[in-house]
Design a protein around this ligand. Structure first.
Ligand code: GLY
Length: 285
């Protein structure tokens, strides 16, 4: 998702080295997680309304192994903690203080993730916002990666600091297997960006994969999942203009697609023909 060409490049290179899609998606997530200018993922992510940078991430492989961390503070690479949850514990998901405790026990370093730039934006927000967590359509650039390994196996990863200036304790779709990410090695994979609440409501990425199982192309499956959100939003008498959600999907043959509610969403694709940025089609024209 998004202008993560450096991430897709890093993922591609990693697959060239180890052959494994799982290594590729982890390497690809590291790039925005460590980038202080990327204000929606990892280090430099905008904090919650109390000034805490809290991170959500998950990872899933071709065997159905999955790991996730939610509401994690102080760790630069939550995706690697999610991978450690997957590989070194009997669990899928660890949260908050327990996730941090586990990360430290695995040798991850505790760091301050709030940069001067993000702190300044938060202090500005506080002046106007009256402490109200407001949904906006700009700040939601979750990084999701879907990759095929050398043996054709598929893996996915998703990492975010979540909605800017959210309520303390809020968790979005990104660490939830089936919502922000889903991988089924028989069919393909999907990941999501945008308002996590809306993605959770329809178990979005599981839906996209199941639609592909029924014969839809990745593009058609993303479109149908977005239309479910459109319908639900209208049924709930909410304004669609206040909502952004985008899905990307990849099938086992390497076909891919994307669709979103509002214009402006793009995604990077790196294959044997090189690295390119593609503008997603969208519903609200
Ligand atoms: N999609 C990221 C979030 O809502 O937290």
């Amino acid at each position: 998702t998004w202008k993560n060409e450096k991430g897709t490049q890093a993922g591609y290179q990693k697959i060239m080295e180890t052959g494994k899609a799982l290594d590729g998606v982890e390497a690809g997530a590291w790039v925005p997680e460590a980038d202080p200018n990327e204000t929606t993922v990892g280090y430099g992510g905008y904090p919650d309304r109390d000034g805490h940078v809290t991170l959500d991430a998950c990872i899933m492989d071709h065997l159905g192994n999955a790991g996730s961390v939610t509401f994690l503070e102080h760790i630069m690479h939550p995706i690697s903690v999610a991978r450690a949850v997957m590989e070194k514990t009997p669990h899928v998901m660890l949260s908050g203080a327990g996730a941090l405790e586990f990360a430290l026990s695995q040798g991850f370093k505790k760091q301050d993730l709030l940069t001067e730039k993000s702190k300044k934006a938060w202090l500005e927000w506080k002046k106007q916002a009256k402490y109200e967590p407001k949904v906006n359509i700009e700040r939601h650039d979750t990084i999701g990666l879907l990759e095929l390994g050398k043996a054709g196996e598929i893996a996915g990863a998703c990492s975010t600091s979540g909605m800017a200036f959210k309520m303390h304790g809020r968790v979005g779709d990104s660490p939830i297997i089936g919502a922000g990410l889903y991988v089924d090695n028989e069919i393909g994979a999907a990941t999501a960006t945008g308002h996590g609440e809306e993605v959770i409501r329809i178990a979005g990425c599981h839906l996209v994969v199941e639609l592909m199982r029924q014969g839809k192309s990745p593009q058609q499956a993303c479109e149908e999942a977005v239309m479910r959100i459109v319908k639900l939003t209208q049924n709930r008498n909410k304004n669609l203009k206040d909502i952004q959600v985008g899905f990307i999907a990849l099938d086992k043959q390497g076909n891919y697609g994307a669709y979103c509610i509002q214009g402006g969403f793009n995604y990077a694709v790196n294959d044997n023909s090189g690295n390119k940025l593609i503008d997603s089609d969208y519903f609200l024209k």
